[in-house]
Design a protein around this ligand. Structure first.
Ligand code: HEC
Ligand code: HEC
Ligand code: HEC
Ligand code: HEC
Ligand code: HEC
Length: 210
C-alpha cells in the first residue's frame, strides 16, 4: 500500500505506468507461484524428506574387551540385524548391549570349541556379564537419545528396518565390517550441530544440554 501512495505522489506519468507494470508483473508472478505451490507441497509430502548423512571422521583405537566380539561374523557373514542385539535403540535413549542369555541362544551349540566361546560360557555359568567397555561415550552434560534419531531416519521414512545398519552407520561407521567395535565418527558438538542444520534437528543449546 505504501508503494501505491508513493505512485500517486509521483508527478511523472510514465514512471507511474512503469511502476504499475512492475506491480502487475509482480502480481502475476505471485499468482503463478500460488498456482504451482499446492503441487510442490503435494509432491514433497508424498515422498519422505531427504536425508543428508553427516560427514567427518575420527580415528578411534580398538577398545580392549573381555572377549573380542566380531561384528563382522555376526552381521555380515550371518545376516543378524543390529537391532536384534541392540534391542533398545528404537525405543529408548540407549541402544544397549545384549545380555549373555541372548548370545547363549546360539552359542550353547554354535562354535562351542572356540576359546572365545568357552570364555563366554564361563561368564554365563558364573552369572556375571562380560564387563564390556564403552566405545562411544559423550559427556554426561550432553543429552542424546537413540529413539528420536531412529524414529526420524527409519520409522518416519518408511526406511526398511532390515537396512537399519545404514542409519547406525551415520554415527558409528561401518560396524558390519569391524572385527572389534571402534569409534570412527567425531560425535562432538560441531558434528552433531551440522547434521541438525542439514536435516532439521533442534539447534538450541537446551536441546542437547538439559
Ligand atoms: C543368532 C545366532 C548368534 C547369536 C545370537 C550370537 N552369535 Fe556369536 N556367532 C554366531 C555364529 C554363526 C558365529 C560363527 C561361528 C563359526 O565361525 O563357526 C559366531 C561367532 C562368534 C565368535 C567368534 C568365535 C571364534 O573364535 O571364531 C564370538 C566371540 C561370538 N560369536 C560371540 C558372541 C557374543 C558375545 C554374543 C552375544 C552378544 C553372540 N556371539 C551372539 C552366531 C551367534
Ligand atoms: C550378535 C549381537 C550383536 C549384533 C548383531 C550387533 N552387535 Fe553391536 N555389539 C554387540 C556386543 C556384544 C557389543 C559389546 C562389545 C564391543 O563393544 O565390541 C557391541 C558393541 C557395539 C557398539 C559399541 C558400543 C559402545 O560401547 O559404544 C556399537 C556402536 C555397535 N555395537 C553397533 C552395532 C551395529 C551398528 C550393528 C549392526 C551393523 C551391531 N552392533 C550388531 C553385539 C551385537
Ligand atoms: C545420530 C547418531 C546415532 C545413531 C543414528 C545411532 N547411534 Fe548409537 N550412539 C550414538 C551416541 C552419541 C552414543 C553415545 C551415547 C552416550 O555416551 O550416552 C551411542 C552409543 C551406542 C551404543 C553404546 C551403548 C549405548 O546405548 O549407549 C550402542 C551399542 C549403539 N550406540 C548402537 C547403535 C545402533 C545399533 C544403531 C542403529 C540401530 C545406532 N547406535 C544408531 C549415536 C548414534
Ligand atoms: C544424521 C544426522 C544427525 C546426527 C549425526 C545427530 N542428530 Fe540429533 N537429531 C537429528 C534430527 C533430524 C533430529 C530431529 C528429530 C525429530 O524431531 O524428528 C534430532 C534430534 C535430536 C535431539 C532432540 C530429541 C528430543 O528429545 O526431541 C537431541 C537431544 C539430539 N538430536 C542430540 C544429538 C546429539 C547430542 C548428537 C551428536 C552426538 C546428534 N544429535 C547427532 C539429526 C542428527
Ligand atoms: C546438537 C547438539 C548440541 C547443541 C545444539 C549444542 N551442543 Fe554443546 N555440546 C554438544 C556435544 C556433543 C558436546 C561434547 C563435545 C565433545 O565431547 O567434544 C558439547 C559440549 C559443549 C560444551 C563443553 C565445552 C566443549 O566445547 O567441549 C559447552 C560449554 C557447550 N557444549 C555449550 C553449548 C552452547 C552454549 C550451545 C548453544 C549455543 C550448545 N552447546 C549447543 C552438543 C550440542
Amino acid at each position: 500500500m505504501a508503494v501505491n501512495k508513493q505512485n500517486h505522489k509521483s508527478s511523472s506519468r510514465l514512471k507511474l505506468l512503469l511502476e504499475k507494470r512492475h506491480i502487475w508483473f509482480a502480481m502475476l508472478s505471485i499468482a503463478a507461484v500460488l498456482a504451482v505451490y499446492p503441487f510442490v507441497v503435494m509432491s514433497s509430502s508424498s515422498s519422505a524428506p531427504e536425508i543428508v548423512p553427516p560427514g567427518g571422521s575420527h580415528n578411534g583405537e580398538n577398545v580392549e574387551q573381555p572377549i573380542e566380539f566380531p561384528h563382522n561374523t555376526h552381521v555380515k557373514d550371518n545376516g543378524i540385524n543390529c537391532m536384534y542385539c541392540h534391542t533398545y535403540a528404537r525405543r529408548s535413549k540407549v541402544a544397549g548391549i545384549p545380555p549373555t542369555s541372548k548370545c547363549m541362544g546360539c552359542h550353547k551349540v554354535i562354535a562351542t570349541d572356540k576359546p572365545r566361546i568357552q570364555k563366554l560360557t564361563e561368564y554365563w555359568e558364573q552369572k556375571s556379564p562380560p564387563p564390556w567397555k564403552k566405545v562411544h561415550d559423550v559427556p554426561d552434560f550432553v543429552h542424546f537419545t537413540h529413539e528420536k534419531h531412529l524414529k526420524r531416519f527409519v520409522f518416519d521414512q518408511d526406511f526398511p528396518v532390515e537396512n537399519v545398519k545404514e542409519v547406525c552407520a551415520f554415527c558409528h561407521g561401518d560396524v558390519e565390517n569391524m572385527t572389534v567395535a571402534h569409534k570412527v565418527k567425531p560425535l562432538n558438538m560441531g558434528w552433531c550441530k551440522t547434521c541438525h542444520i542439514n536435516n532439521g534437528g533442534p539447534g538450541d543449546c537446551w536441546a542437547c544440554h538439559k
